[in-house]
Every structure is written in C-alpha cells, then in structure tokens.
Design a protein around this ligand. Structure first.
Ligand code: ZN
Length: 226
C-alpha cells in the first residue's frame, strides 16, 4: 500500500464541537446569560435534549466526538475539541467558536442531536448564512454539508429528516457557531432523541461508531481536494 493511503488526513486540522455539556443544568445563571452571536443575542448555551429514557444529548455528542476524534487521529489529522469531558459547564457558544477559529482548522463540525416532535425522524445538516465575518466560508461549508449528508445516507441507517429542513439541510443565521466561524463548518443534528426509533439508534455504541466513520469519510472527501 502506498504510504500516503493510510493517512489521508496527514497535515490537516479538524475542529470538533460536541454540543452542550453534562453539567450545564447545574449553573443556569451562567448558561442563560446572553451573548452576541454575530447577528443577535442568544444564551451562552442550553442544556440540550435527551431521550425518553434519559440518555442525554450532551453525553451522545461527547461520545460521538471522541469516536470521531479517534478515527481522525488514525487518519493522520490534528484534532481540536471545544471540551474535553462531559462533566462540566459550558463553554459558551461564542467561546467554542473562538477555540476553533484560533486553531485555524481546515474544517469543523458541531455535533448535536435534536429534540424534535416524537413522530419525526432523521438527521439535519445546519448550514451558515453569510453575515460578514463568515462570508468566505459559505460555499465551502455548503460543499462540506453535502459531503456529510451523502456519507450519513450511505454509511448509517439514519434517514434525512422528515420534519425539519429540506432533504436533511437547513440554513440558520441565528447560531454563534455558524455566524462566527472562520473555517468551513456545519452543525449536524444526528437524529431526533425524542423519536423512539431514532433514540434506539442514537444511544448504541454500534450506531455511534458508524456515525463517526461516516463523518470521517465526509471529512476525507471534503479535504481530498476537488
Ligand atoms: Zn444540541
């Protein structure tokens, strides 16, 4: 095998933002304080959602982020995370954007799972809208979002959302993580924690590993140069 083939991400830096944090509910005054997201005020963070069985989105996000980090490291990438445990509070969404921007990654992804209507299924890719600071990363982010969408459809059992966005994609101008990004970036809602079928998938390590592998494939495709 050619030596380059095993390390398709050698020399690349990838940012991962696992949404929320496991102790956010312990400090509401901090989590609810208002920050400027580049277009308007929003809260520092939220607690995130959870499955009907009480599996939290914060834990899901962090578990997938760790699996993704491990896959990316094996592929040769340098990896930056916005938090290194699921046992803390914050940081605010503005601080998360700053951590990633300062690392100057080639691409970044925020990992979430949605708290949608119980009847709704599927994943959604959230894309940035041009607002000045992020103008030069819109086209590349849309291309990366397409790679993520394709990889999830090909590599996981999660369908595109049937309740949110258009064929698994929506543009959002109200999120600090997208408004303030200086690298190609999307946010993925990996499924709906409040839907029983999605929750059964989202809460298993088997599915989380498949998801991490699909996201790695998307990052390799995006950074592969086209
Ligand atoms: Zn979330």
């Amino acid at each position: 095998m050619p030596s380059g083939a095993a390390k398709p991400l050698a020399g690349k830096t990838v940012g991962i933002d696992p949404g929320h944090n496991g102790r956010n509910e312990d400090d509401p005054s901090y989590i609810n304080h208002m920050i400027w997201n580049g277009r308007e005020e929003e809260t520092c963070d939220t607690t995130g959602t959870e499955s009907d069985d009480g599996y939290t989105e914060a834990a899901f996000n962090f578990n997938v982020a760790r699996l993704l980090r491990d896959d990316l490291l094996r592929a040769g990438a340098r990896v930056i995370l916005t938090r290194n445990s699921n046992d803390g509070v914050g940081p605010c969404v503005t601080r998360r954007a700053q951590i990633l921007n300062r690392a100057d990654p080639d691409v970044a992804i925020a990992i979430h799972a949605d708290g949608g209507p119980a009847w709704g299924r599927g994943f959604t890719v959230l894309e940035p809208v041009a607002d000045g600071p992020n103008d030069k990363i819109i086209k590349s982010s849309v291309r990366f979002g397409g790679d993520v969408r394709s990889a999830l459809l090909a590599g996981t059992q999660m369908p595109e959302s049937d309740y949110y966005g258009d064929h698994g994609v929506i543009f959002r101008d109200d999120l600090a993580g997208l408004n303030l990004a200086s690298e190609p970036k999307i946010l993925i809602e990996c499924g709906n924690m409040r839907n029983a079928t999605d929750a059964r998938l989202l809460t298993t390590t088997r599915f989380q590993r498949r998801l991490a592998a699909a996201l790695t494939a998307a990052i390799v495709a995006f950074l592969g140069g086209r």
